[in-house]
Unconditional design. Structure first.
Lengths: 374, 374
């Protein structure tokens, strides 16, 4: 699978007529660590541009393709082109029915499925029951401010408009609905410095952190049902630091907590909850991202769930589906990647799962086309 | 007071006939940050060597002078030549009855008193009731392995032999007996990493630190009377750290504690106490130094206390007196320096206190000389 290994100096070429497995390998072999996606975006834009029936647009390293078939409903297929840093896991390698390599799971196998659907629709082989928008974007693996989908949502929200979004983030072939919100906050505990030989002259900020840690240890996270899906929350210290010198009573202790919250809470409600849990302590929110309600009560979303396997679970994690949810668009996570292998040096994707997901996705897009407007 | 300011390129000259205040200024003006004491040690050695009645020895940057008067008792006067780094506080400066400058308090005013006594004894002006050993040493302000007194104690313990040691560390003109021991230990708390969106798959090491901090917060330190002096102990966290990433359940948390213990406990007993306080947690001793019993029950020590002011308090801190105590030699801290000004940019010493301490010290050394063997 390494015959089309990336030529780091020249443009990369993608042949969309190849199988999803071959396309995944080709995509993996184009290095695209966050911030360095120009080459892969060029390759995607060039390949997509060969289909005159699609309108194609480029915004930075985001590539957007659309059908304009006049269907009453529109589905977005969205995936990011970037990966975490290479970990000695390039070029791609096929072994025992799995394709190995950086991004194989998260999420170049998902991008390969986007491109397979695009090739079949663009060439007229598949007549979809819905209009389609493909979003290929950059910088998902880094801070939100750089995220390509975030940028497009802020500057060109019309591009995202649809009746359903399918984000091809790893779900191991399952359908996962909505996503948890996430908020990080810092607790600052103050003390008074003194020489540790005369500690009674000071006030130890690390000791004063005891009740904060005890509240965290005692905390019982909620399990919340939202639209039939169960979201399990979590509240955890992710960092603690304090100390001045080996002979000084510390005058400060900082604890960073991460709260993962169910879609029944807004960011404001999440913050209010944290302030209640840590009442009496100084708390500052560092960053947050809203949860996404699954939004699966709408007919198109229900058709998607049925076609993609019939079962749906809550996404226990934050993904870009929240950006669609914020625009009122129901959004699902669905792809062959294994979330437990994401960001690992031994990242891989099972080719049988890839093929199964391709068939389910094509089946969904084809479903109802006999009663469609085409 | 800056007329003899250091000539950084040539040798420094000390005139021991000057007053203690002038000598302090001269010593302050010879820069001698730890590790860079050759120039001040040369100056001390040259000045001391002018007295043929004293035997003088040089071991690295340690200068040792001795009388051999055949007295039945011997007193050591010990002081370090080094300072913490200069903080824009050179050259020395006289203002409102105080001499300002790096080391003025800790402890060049003490060294000036050592040299004043040496000049009076060496010239025959003062006939002391005891034999005397002067120890001027390097690297007190840095790690124990570099400490000049520590090195001499290990390699030439005979040099330290005496019936009483007076260490001229800052005590604000009081007599302080013995010193506390100090032990640092690290508590390691383990957990299991997991993504913070699925925190129930992991085990949070920071949360598991709650009982350690609670035990520290609840800890009631002992006040222990040893040979009539009250030592107040302390047990404190001085560092805490834990955390992997903002979205990862931390698998480790390290807490460093500092235990200051009274001279009724050995280092082994101090460690056993820590293991008892933190039972159930993994603990490793990082470093320790023994406490020093005041040893003030001996007649010479009692005469010293009476002559130096009549009052004695426990030293709440660790000093090199412990090195004498370890050899069975009673040791006192006594000098005009203010411990609360040590290591500060605005370090200074009160000249009236300096003169008072000089008179008390000379009075003690003279005391009993009428009944002495000379």
């Amino acid at each position: 699978m390494t015959t089309t290994a990336a030529q780091p100096s020249g443009p990369a070429v993608l042949k969309l007529s190849r199988s999803a497995a071959q396309l995944t390998a080709d995509l993996v072999d184009i290095e695209s660590v966050s911030g360095d996606e120009a080459r892969i975006a060029d390759a995607v834009e060039a390949a997509v541009g060969r289909h005159a029936s699609l309108s194609v647009r480029r915004l930075g390293n985001v590539v957007i393709a659309r059908t304009e078939l006049g269907r009453p409903e529109r589905v977005v297929l969205a995936g990011h082109l970037d990966t975490v840093p290479i970990a000695g896991n390039l070029p791609s390698r096929l072994a025992e029915g799995r394709l190995h390599g950086c991004g194989a799971s998260d999420m170049k196998s998902g991008v390969a499925l986007q491109l397979r659907v695009l090739e079949l629709v663009g060439s007229g082989t598949l007549k979809p029951a819905v209009d389609l928008t493909w979003l290929f974007y950059d910088c998902e693996e880094v801070e939100a401010a750089r995220n390509g989908l975030n940028r497009v949502a802020a500057e060109h929200p019309d591009v995202l408009r649809a009746d359903l979004a399918i984000l091809l983030e790893p779900t191991n072939g399952a359908v996962e609905g909505g996503c948890q919100g996430t908020m990080r906050a810092q607790l600052s505990i103050a003390g008074v410095r003194a020489h540790s030989a005369r500690s009674w002259l000071g006030s130890n900020a690390i000791h004063a952190a005891a009740p904060v840690l005890q509240r965290l240890a005692d905390y019982r996270a909620r399990e919340v049902e939202v639209e039939g899906l169960t979201y399990r929350e979590g509240l955890n210290a992710v960092f603690i630091e304090g100390g001045v010198a080996g002979n000084v009573i510390p005058d400060g202790c900082l604890i960073t907590v991460n709260y993962r919250f169910a879609p029944d809470r807004s960011e404001a409600e999440a913050e209010a909850h944290l302030r209640s849990v840590f009442s009496g302590f100084e708390l500052a929110v560092l960053d947050s991202a809203p949860a996404a309600r699954p939004g699966l009560d709408r007919p198109l979303a229900q058709r998607a769930v049925a076609a993609l396997g019939g079962e749906v679970a809550a996404k226990l994690g934050w993904t870009d589906v929240a950006r669609f949810s914020a625009l009122g668009i129901p959004a699902l996570n669905f792809s062959p990647g294994d979330p437990n292998l994401a960001h690992r040096a031994d990242e891989s994707v099972e080719l049988a799962q890839l093929e199964r997901c391709e068939q389910l996705l094509l089946g969904f897009l084809r479903s109802g086309s006999e009663s469609g407007t085409n």
